[in-house]
Write a protein that binds this ligand. Structure first.
Ligand SMILES: [Fe+2]
Length: 373
């Protein structure tokens, strides 16, 4: 909770200072282009332009805020570059060509850079990659297993029905032995129809040993006062689509692998890993599906072989991935890591939360090829 309060205060301070700075930049541009205007007229024009720039926020506040912050940072960098040149010139004013002055005063450079980030962010979100991992486990089992890992679809943000079906077809073509839907498949903004659509498509992926689901922190719509569907509707839909819901429960795969799906750590009580594995047969491969990548040391100590997670989105927007790593909120933000004998995987997700942009990590689905030593 402390981290969330810190982030909220930090965002408020950053947001308000950015708005003040942005107003001043517009005023400076107005003064440059309309030197003869009265003080009142300059402020009226500035206020008008300022309000105009806020209008998109009413349609998608978070997306607008992200774009606005990028624009402000680029404006700041232009100011910084100007200050550096002035310093190099020992404080004397530098004579810039006319086009450069206009580009600076209008914020055109910052705007161009923001557009470039926007295009890159959308490309990263919609260009879904297939990521393959090979892992060898020091336990005997009869065959190589391919696990398909899908997380953080947040259905309704980016992919539509056809696009999701296309990804599902690609996953099916890879012949997975089982599919793990590792949480945040839907969220507080997904409609009831959307939720049914998403699970119908994902449940339709053919696999040899079944498709499994664990909750993320968003699926139950807890961040909305009136969720679009109830938890009962969600679970009934998932099960009707042939997907097994694992809530601190386990499923045995081909009698030689134990898949333990954990409840999300953010909400309510959940069983400790020792309790979850107290009756486990440790000669079997022990695979944990947990939306949030945590407890790695505990899992290793408990004798688990693998954990798969999502949740982090690989950061989604720079520098959140870096901040996430530094804060230690999760044990890993993206990729693969071995902790003792535990093989840990975190996917950046097949989409993202809140808006269809991502500047950290691509969208992906993951295929893990599990071999016996
Ligand atoms: Fe998510």
């Amino acid at each position: 909770m402390g981290l969330w309060i810190f982030l909220l205060i930090a965002f408020l301070i950053i947001g308000i200072s950015s708005l003040v700075y942005f107003y001043k930049k517009i005023l400076a541009a107005v003064k440059y282009f309309d030197k003869g205007a009265s003080r009142l007229k300059k402020h009226l024009i500035t206020t008008g332009l300022f309000i105009l720039s806020l209008i998109p926020a009413f349609f998608s506040f978070v997306k607008w805020f992200i774009i606005f912050l990028h624009f402000t940072v680029f404006l700041l960098l232009c100011d910084l570059a100007k200050a550096v040149v002035r310093r190099i010139n020992k404080g004397k004013s530098v004579s810039y060509p006319g086009w450069m002055k206009i580009a600076y005063k209008t914020g055109a450079v910052a705007l161009l850079l923001t557009c470039a980030v926007y295009v890159y962010g959308r490309y990263n979100m919609y260009h879904i990659e297939r990521t393959d991992y090979d892992v060898t486990i020091d336990k005997p089992f009869s065959q190589e297993y391919t696990a398909a890992l899908i997380a953080d679809l947040h259905y309704g943000i980016s992919l539509n029905k056809e696009q999701l079906q296309h990804q599902a077809d690609l996953i099916e073509e890879a012949s997975p032995d089982f599919v793990i839907l590792c949480g945040d498949i839907v969220d507080e903004n997904t409609t009831l129809e959307g939720m049914k659509e998403a699970f119908a498509i994902l449940g339709g992926i053919k696999s040899r040993y079944g498709n499994y689901y664990v909750y993320g922190n968003h699926d139950s719509g807890i961040f909305r006062s009136k969720p679009n569907f109830t938890v009962e509707q969600l679970e009934q839909t998932i099960e009707n689509c042939g997907i097994t819901v694992l809530k601190d429960e386990s499923a045995t795969i081909n009698n030689e692998m134990l898949l333990i799906g954990r409840k999300d750590r953010q909400f309510g009580e959940r069983k400790d890993i020792d309790e979850l594995t107290k009756d486990a047969d440790f000669t079997k491969l022990l695979l944990i599906a947990d939306h949030q990548p945590n407890d790695y040391l505990k899992l290793d100590k408990a004798g688990c072989d693998m954990i798969v997670s999502g949740h982090t989105h690989g950061g989604q927007i720079f520098p959140f991935g870096v901040l996430g790593e530094l804060s230690g909120a999760n044990d890993m933000t993206y990729g693969y890591r071995k902790v003792g004998n535990l093989n840990a995987f975190v996917t950046s997700g097949i989409a993202g939360w809140g808006f269809d942009l991502r500047t950290q990590k691509h969208s992906e689905y993951v295929l893990i090829h599990i071999k016996s030593k």
